[in-house]
Design a protein around this ligand. Structure first.
Ligand code: HEC
Length: 142
């Protein structure tokens, strides 16, 4: 066995460790700020809760944007894809009206609802930067 292969056996979870370097960061890396989530909350209250319910927990006609159902749909998806989904299809009665920064703010609020910790940098509005961050419903295992 090669020396690298042997090292992999010793360092349990070598595959995981190697891919952690090549894969995008996740939402658990402190990718939004508390202030941004507050802005997003104001926007969501004005434009999303009428359908998605208080705390975006799901309404009569629209699915929850936090919790198990949401997580099972979006696990591992890049934030650029989730942002695109929001920006191009929501609010469903006025699609395309949110700017990229507004979409990032709403996304930050959604992350805060899922108890994903905030950090010191705002979630970027730029699609290329959002494509570096994956949605994960659980923190990475040590
Ligand atoms: C007029 C009602 C309405 C409003 C307002 C609305 N939505 Fe929706 N939304 C829906 C419906 C209905 C669906 C499910 C059908 C679909 O996926 O298009 C949905 C689906 C979604 C999904 C996909 C959920 C999933 O897990 O598949 C996201 C994300 C989303 N909305 C975000 C938002 C955000 C963010 C806002 C506010 C900026 C918003 N929506 C405003 C009705 C609405």
């Amino acid at each position: 066995m090669s020396r690298a292969g042997l090292a992999c056996l010793v360092v349990a979870g070598c595959v995981g460790a190697a891919s952690a370097q090549t894969l995008p960061r996740s939402v658990w890396n402190g990718v939004y700020t508390v202030d941004q989530a507050k802005k997003g909350e104001a926007l969501a209250v004005a434009q999303c809760v009428s359908c998605h319910g208080d705390g975006l927990r799901g309404g009569e006609a629209a699915p929850p944007l936090t919790g198990d159902l949401f997580n099972s749909t979006w696990e591992g998806v890049l934030l650029s894809d989730l942002a695109d989904r929001i920006r191009t299809t929501m609010p469903i009665d006025r699609p395309g009206t949110l700017s990229r920064p507004q979409t990032a703010d709403v996304l930050a609020y959604m992350l805060s609802l899922s108890k994903i910790p905030a950090g010191t940098l705002s979630l970027p509005a730029d699609a290329g930067a959002l494509a570096q961050i994956a949605y994960r419903s659980y923190p990475p295992q040590p």
